[in-house]
Design a protein around this ligand. Sequence first.
Ligand SMILES: [Zn+2]
Ligand SMILES: [Zn+2]
Length: 258
Amino acid sequence: MKERIYTIPVSEAFREDCECPMCILEKRLEDDALKYTLGPSMMEPDSRIETNKKGFCNLHFTKLYNTQENRLPLGLVIDTHLMEQNEILRKMYEKEESNLKKEMETGTLEHIKKGFKNKDASVNFVNCMIDKLNELEKSCTICEKISFNMGKFTDVILYLFFKEPDFKELFVSKKGFCLPHLKMLLEGSLKHLNRKQRSEFVMTLMSMELIHLDRIKEEVNWFTLKFDYKNQDAPWKNSRDAIPRSIEKICGPCDLNR
Ligand SMILES: [Zn+2]
Ligand SMILES: [Zn+2]
């Protein structure tokens, strides 16, 4: 049996009426990670080492700030993150400063005489800095935690699909998945299933997904037709919130002002 800490949330999320049960799982993971960062994480030396090193992505810094609570813990996390990162950037620069100075003072003619043997110090330095800044921009303690746990949830979903007939029935009764989580399930099928299981799973998944992508397309279409004066008094059917649901179907979890 798979770990219960993963099977229980999976069964709960699949019991909710929604466009994507995996979005429910991901939102919960994100909420927990945001709360943890501004709470218990502060006292955990290991997680401070991690936040000092990786920091957060733009989205998660924004969400941490917008919770508008626990400003002190957020300040402390940023304080030590900057302390560590500023030091790395300073060392990178100081190591190359004299070479940059030499390059600046070398005349063009002298440079040509040297035969372009060595790459310009400035080019080397700029490339290193770009790599470091790309790494910092991409790394995020919260994204990594979510991605690790979503991997576990995907494994559990595929496991339950083949081991628990009740879960399989529940799975098939859902409205499909958002596109990022459809991709996650397909990736999971390559990793966790054998040939026979994979073809069965992919056929089940894709046939339900295509039905529900068409359904949501029709709901958006009816939303647009409702603006035609001829349809003014026609019922909204299921289309009143078709726009946010369609965006979530395409993009996965997002913070839309609904
Ligand atoms: Zn989703
Ligand atoms: Zn992030």
